[in-house]
Design a protein around this ligand. Structure first.
Ligand code: C2E
Ligand code: MG
Ligand code: MG
Length: 754
């Protein structure tokens, strides 16, 4: 199938277009006063006329050669000959007729061919004029003897020529019309496909024309369609109207190559419809400016864009603004704060307590429900101008704006905590949850990150106090955190700088009036710039940074090596107690590491006591039990340190392989004066004995405490009563003195040492 319609198809279309039928032909002939299908005068002089035509064609081609356009067509001699033959044929046919449908179709075909070759009508008409002019002279010359015949001949020739000229002119006009029609069809097909509305604004006359589709887009009928620029702009909301006007202005003034604006128009139902208006200015036939273009309905695209924008700024679970929006909102609030007379604002950082536990035990779906319900409860405590955002995980951020007093933020925080007092119902199960809240007032911080960091810091502090706590950001808190950071930095280098030292404190067995040292507890000290820092000030920092694993390992090695040394120096059965952090115990292969240290130091496993605290057992990590069992199987003994300060669950004593209970000092020291504590201490001591565990009393300082413990049958004592913790060098003579000497003399000596 050819893409371009061939000449024949075009001819049929053109014939239809011109309404060329036998009647029409007859009418044309009548109009030219041609009464028969052939012209008799011409018929009778064909031979002579044909001959004159040859000369005429020759002269015509010479004449046309002066002009570039036809000259180009005649460039090659073969082509020239061909053209001349065609011309000759044309004239022959013109003389002979018959002037019927077939004849007319042939003439249209010639016109079509010429038009297709791009030969303008003027050349055709010019050539015809030349022909008639030439023939006028030639006929008068050739038929000089028969002037009447010459006149008849010329008149007939004129008729035939005009019949031809009319058909050719029609073929040119019709071809143009058909091309225009085709282009218009193409255009309207494209428009239908694009579903765009069209508009045309006559700038100088302020006349607006809009297409049917344009009006339909807004549900307007043609009577209500705008007819002026302002009528159009009036359909837009105020702000967009300004934008539209200035975009049009910019294009008309040549600052913008095209008009390209996205804006909203109010439809006949009062709804806003997003449209894209595109256009370009041109000048019309009369030199007036015409701004014309299209209007596309882009509502769907806009909606998709808005949904996308919403998704990037909102949390998909709760639908709340997300971290990014929180940052934006706080940044905006900070800007408002800078204005004079601004009301108070604050950021609340809210963390759900023990959310991981909920997630781990009830599953993520229940966890999601909790997050949604908590968000709802918080939201109910806020005012319309406040913002609740989900910051991620189990954290929310609330921006409180427009408060009269700074203190109001705390009240809102408390209200939020109260709102969570009643259990949530998740999957038919009642669930108690609580939150901790950090509050930071907005006080012209430089960046939103600062405000968020301050609130986060306060939350961190609140969580450190335990569950369901509230903490306010303050400069002091900032200072503390600053110090903590410095501390962590300094600590990270302490090991490599050899700033740690182990102190040792004896553990003494007192029985039947005799005291004998049975072991030592290794206690860590840190020399920071000539200051001896006690462990209470730095152990938690080491634990938090994870550094405790390396440091603890060093302690273990150091203590085992030292105690092995003392065993070889006259204290053969001396035991070595080392405190463990939960982080160490959770390390994979910890028991193997202990075995390795024992082997390297030469300390028998039965001489090592590892002290753990209740909090470590409370975490209930399954591996802990396995590690403790492995240690026990090696012969290492496990002591439960600080017993009485935590949950003191009897369950632990039963479940874990524990050999020693260390009764916390806070406890025993007050017992002699407090009947309740006395009863509890007594119970702990007999509990240990019942479970066949050793019971060590810590923190014994006075004779009174000694007497009490002896009375209760607690034989293992650790405390200043015998000795403060000392460096290895200073404790060694104390240990020697404490081995096998009577208690009275030892206590006198011990007192002298203090
Ligand atoms: P702890 O394991 O309960 O150690 C006993 C604490 O009681 C030691 O404090 C000791 O000096 C103190 N003490 C002993 N007798 C008396 C007394 O008669 N009166 C008073 N007031 N205090 C007494 P220290 O050395 O400050 O250690 C504090 C805590 O730091 C330890 O408590 C232990 O939990 C932890 N710690 C010490 N060294 C290490 C270590 O190497 N690793 C780990 N993870 N923790 C350690
Ligand atoms: Mg201890
Ligand atoms: Mg203790």
């Amino acid at each position: 199938m050819s893409r371009v319609p061939d000449l024949k198809q075009k001819l049929v279309a053109m014939q239809r277009n011109l309404g060329l039928n036998p009647d029409e032909i007859r009418q044309r002939l009548r109009l030219l006063l041609i009464t028969e299908a052939r012209l008799p005068a011409l018929q009778e002089n064909l031979r002579q006329l044909d001959r004159v035509h040859l000369d005429c064609i020759h002269a015509l081609f010479i004449h046309l050669e002066q002009f570039d356009e036809p000259a180009q067509q005649m460039q090659e001699s073969a082509q020239l000959l061909q053209l001349q033959l065609e011309q000759q044929h044309y004239f022959r046919r013109m003389l002979r007729g018959p002037y019927d449908m077939q004849y007319a179709r042939l003439r249209l075909l010639v016109g079509l061919k010429h038009q297709g070759q791009g030969l303008g009508l003027k050349w055709y008409l010019g050539a015809f004029h030349f022909y008639l002019d030439y023939m006028h002279t030639a006929i008068r010359r050739e038929w000089a003897e028969q002037p009447l015949l010459a006149e008849q001949l010329y008149a007939s020739l004129l008729k035939a020529a005009f019949f031809d000229i009319a058909l050719t002119v029609d073929s040119y006009a019709s071809a143009d019309k058909m091309a225009l029609q085709a282009s218009q069809d193409r255009y309207s097909r494209a428009l239908r496909g694009a579903n765009d509305g069209l508009w045309e604004w006559h700038v100088e006359d302020d006349y607006l024309y809009v297409s049917e589709r344009w009006s339909a887009m807004l549900g307007l009928d043609s009577k209500h369609a705008p007819m002026s620029f302002e009528g159009w702009a009036d359909l837009m909301p105020e702000a967009q109207r300004l934008l539209f006007r200035s975009a049009v202005q910019a294009h008309l003034e040549g600052r913008q190559a095209f008009l390209h604006v996205e804006c909203q128009l109010r439809d006949s139902w009062g709804q806003l419809v997003w449209v894209l208006i595109r256009g370009v200015v041109s000048t019309d036939l009369y030199g007036k400016r015409l701004l014309a273009g299209s209007q596309t309905d882009i509502s769907q695209r806009k909606q998709a864009e808005q949904e996308l924008a919403h998704a990037t700024l909102h949390d998909s679970l709760t639908g709340l603004p997300n971290r990014q929006s929180a940052s934006q909102l706080i940044a905006q609030a900070l800007q408002r704060q800078r204005k004079p007379g601004a009301r108070k604002a604050a950021v609340l950082f809210i963390g759900l307590d023990r959310f991981k536990l909920i997630n781990d035990s009830l599953g993520h779906q229940a966890g999601d429900q909790v997050l949604i319900q908590v968000a709802n409860r918080i939201e109910r405590c806020l005012r319309p101008g406040d913002h609740l955002c989900r910051f991620g995980g189990d954290e929310y951020v609330v921006l409180l704006d427009d408060m009269a007093l700074e203190h109001d933020a705390e009240l809102v925080a408390k209200r939020i905590m109260q709102a969570l007092q009643y259990p949530l119902v998740v999957d038919g199960r009642r669930l108690s949850v609580s939150v901790s809240i950090g509050v930071a007032p907005l006080k012209g911080q430089d960046y939103h990150q600062d405000a968020l960091r301050e609130a986060d810091l306060a939350l961190y502090r609140a969580k450190a106090f335990g569950k369901s706590q509230l903490a306010l950001f303050s400069d002091r808190l900032q200072e503390e955190v600053h110090q903590r950071l410095n501390l962590e930095n300094a600590l990270s280098e302490a090991l490599s700088r050899k700033q740690f030292e182990l102190y040792y404190q004896p553990i003494v067995r007192v029985s039947a009036g005799r005291s004998k040292v049975v072991g030592v507890e290794a206690l860590l000290r840190w020399w920071q710039d000539d200051r001896l820092v006690p462990p209470d000030e730095f152990i938690s920092a080491l634990e938090e940074s994870g550094e405790i694993v390396k440091v603890g390992d060093w302690v273990l090695q150091q203590a085992c090596t030292q105690v092995r040394q003392w065993q070889q120096d006259g204290l053969p059965g001396l035991r070595c107690s080392v405190n463990l952090s939960s982080r160490q115990l959770q390390e994979a292969g910890f028991a193997r590491r202990v075995a390795q240290v024992l082997q390297e130091s030469g300390l028998p496993a039965t001489s090592l006591v590892l002290e753990i605290t209740e909090s470590l057992l409370m975490r209930d990590v399954p591996d802990t039990l396995a590690t403790l069992r492995e240690l026990e199987s090696m012969g290492v003994r496990i002591a439960l340190d600080d017993f009485g300060t935590g949950f003191s669950s009897l369950g632990y004593l039963h479940r874990y392989p524990l050999h020693i209970i260390k009764v916390d000092k806070s406890f025993v020291t007050k017992a002699p004066h407090d009947e309740r504590l006395k009863a509890i201490s007594r119970a702990i001591i007999s509990l240990g004995r019942g479970l066949e565990m050793d019971v060590v009393a810590e923190g014994i300082e006075t004779l009174e405490q000694m007497d009490f413990l002896q009375l209760e049958g607690c034989q293992l004592i650790q405390g200043y009563w015998f000795s403060q913790p000392q460096s290895a060098a200073l404790i060694h003579p104390v240990l020697l003195r404490l081995s096998g000497v009577s208690s009275e003399s030892v206590s006198a000596e011990a007192m002298l040492l203090q």
